[in-house]
Design a protein around this ligand. Sequence first.
Ligand SMILES: Cc1cc2nc3c(=O)[nH]c(=O)nc-3n(C[C@H](O)[C@H](O)[C@H](O)COP(=O)(O)OP(=O)(O)OC[C@H]3O[C@@H](n4cnc5c(N)ncnc54)[C@H](O)[C@@H]3O)c2cc1C
Length: 537
Amino acid sequence: MFDYVIVGAGSAGCVLANRLSEDPDVRVLLLEAGPPDTLENIHVPLGYLQLARTEVDWDYNSAPEPECGGRRIPLPRGKVLGGSSSINAMVYIRGNRRDYDEWGVAGWSWADLMPYFLKAEDNERGASEWHGAGGPLPVSEGRSQNLIARAFVDAGEQAGLARNDDFNGDQQDGVGMYQVTQRGGMRASAAVAYLHPAMERPNLTVLPYMHVQRVLMDGTRAIGVRASQLGQEQDFNAEREVILCGGSYNSPQLLMLSGIGPAEHLTMREIEVLLDQPAVGENLSDHAAAYAVWTTPEPQSLLLALEPEALEEFETSQTGPFTSNLAEAGGFARVGAEAPAPDVQFHVAPVHIVDEGMSDPQAHGIWVSPCLLTPNSRGTVRLASSDPTAKPIVHNAFYSQGDDMQRMIAGMRLTMDICAQPALRPYCAEPFTTPDGSSDEALRAHIATTTYAVYHPVGTCRMGEDAGAVVDDQLRVNGTEGLRVVDASVIPTVPRGNTNAPTIAVAERAADLIRGGGQTAPPAESAAAAAVAGAER
Ligand SMILES: Cc1cc2nc3c(=O)[nH]c(=O)nc-3n(C[C@H](O)[C@H](O)[C@H](O)COP(=O)(O)OP(=O)(O)OC[C@H]3O[C@@H](n4cnc5c(N)ncnc54)[C@H](O)[C@@H]3O)c2cc1C
């Protein structure tokens, strides 16, 4: 018997396991479908290139995407302690203050969440108006600092964009090098930051290889979960709450498997309807991105990792190509008419990516990728069957609404402009996968064939104050008792940036809500207040 049963040891689940077990009188159980995070490729940053389609990846694919030539787009998701934070690209971005204010949910504005970003953070730049120090989550400068990535920043400036040394400071616009969730040149996943330091607590039990199949309900009250480990079913009881932290695909899947979801869909899948909740699995929003790739005769890309000196450098000083998070540089720009904040983000990897990263690069090169930060398009997550091991059906419906494709075309044009600047000329000498920029039609065709998802799905169990929302402003599943969802799926609209830090901030605030306070005492109260009062970003 436990007080809290947490399902999923990802970015949010690790935060909750740590924060809730801080109280020694509370018994916490954390169930994770995947294995412990022992693989070296999880912890050596560049190693994550080798993790796709292994036992630590759920290895989902989208349904055919109509605006992308009917392609099924790969959707990797971490299935391991740390969840997607154990396989992600480590870029540390909070998003724009507008994102949170536009959610329009009491308690979740930028001013409400900023103290939790600071509370979570341990930035090696130290505490400041914009940054926290001393929190569990290490944030550092990238240690690879590849020449080609730095050339992109120079080229961005030459193309007229501002240089930005802190995308989480007072301005988000501009180009620069990303800060990363690393410490000492190693990945700092949510498991490393939050879970491992708490593992020895006697009131925290962590069970890997435990695939939760559904929530056990007594009427409308959640009383536990049914899970399966190596084919053996087990039930776990929760005296206070079941908290779903399965991520944006698996949390709605679990609700639907438990009879909570769109009634017609559940009936078609022969699942008894406990609660007709049409919004479960709706409102999926993710960042669509496309890319361009060049080869270069300059021997400067991350292919250098294949040289024996690179391994030696990593082993002796934990610097060099092995510490690269791939997307070392990037930035934020505005392409939409009168965009009030950035609507395009760049991810730039100093490497010749082929076959969507599934094959090893054979040449030196650069990969530059614009992504659409504020999509109008929304997709869905649905059950393929009532079998809990069946992969959910994900429709991203990229570019299906509004001016999404038009803005993506503008983002690709800006990419090509930056890559034509003098600083990048040596590296963008030989086109490999580049668009013919002569017409919108040609750009549209290139975007259709190169679009991928930037792995930032949110919104499928959206929070809100309206009756149609899946969870309320306390993240309790509407129409139930003792059941919450705490992960990226509750975020109503995808923020302008990467989603690991926002998910961790959401979970930090949720921990306070669950413990009954709903309030926080941020480590640097005055800094937080100053940041909140800061100029429009
Ligand atoms: C390849 C990739 C690159 C990314 N790059 C970045 C980046 O550079 N920066 C950034 O900020 N964000 C990045 N992201 C996104 C970011 O990592 C996610 O938004 C964030 O980790 C989501 O956290 P979560 O808690 O919602 O879900 P997850 O971290 O995915 O955690 C869900 C957990 O629940 C477990 N689970 C699911 N279903 C069950 C079940 N039925 N039973 C038991 N356990 C279950 C899963 O195995 C997993 O461990 C990336 C993501 C990916 C996949």
